[in-house]
Write a protein that binds this ligand. Structure first.
Ligand SMILES: [Zn+2]
Length: 118
């Protein structure tokens, strides 16, 4: 089955709701650098100046950094998928230009390659 506008709208809804969730999660641990591009920076909270405070600050930052990086990567994939919907190139593999299987898109609406090229 080929992608039709109805399916694209449905996938777009999923992308938009995941985008919102990601932005909320990122908002807790990072500060936005460029929201439109999904660019965030892990926050380094100044809790205080004594040694314990400094240790906690570093610990929090070290814990949050990998989370921030993976959330940000996912958010950028989603933003790119939404851009492809706008441009009308959504659903085609960016490597071999074949249609991406619809089940694959349902499982991951941000997929930019077909199963063979993944
Ligand atoms: Zn491909």
């Amino acid at each position: 089955m080929a992608l039709n506008q109805k399916v694209i709208n449905e996938l777009k809804e999923n992308l938009l709701s995941e985008k919102k969730q990601l932005e909320e999660s990122l908002g807790k641990i990072a500060r936005p650098v460029n929201v439109a591009e999904g660019d965030y920076e892990t926050r380094f909270d100044e809790l205080g100046t004594d040694r314990d405070d400094n240790a906690t600050e570093v610990e929090q930052y070290t814990d949050n950094l990998p989370i921030e990086v993976s959330l940000e990567k996912r958010l950028q994939d989603i933003i790119e998928a939404l851009e492809r919907i706008e441009k009308g190139t959504y659903g085609f593999c960016e490597n071999c230009q074949q249609e991406i299987n619809i089940e694959r898109l349902r499982a991951n609406p941000a997929a930019s390659t077909c199963i063979k090229c993944a």
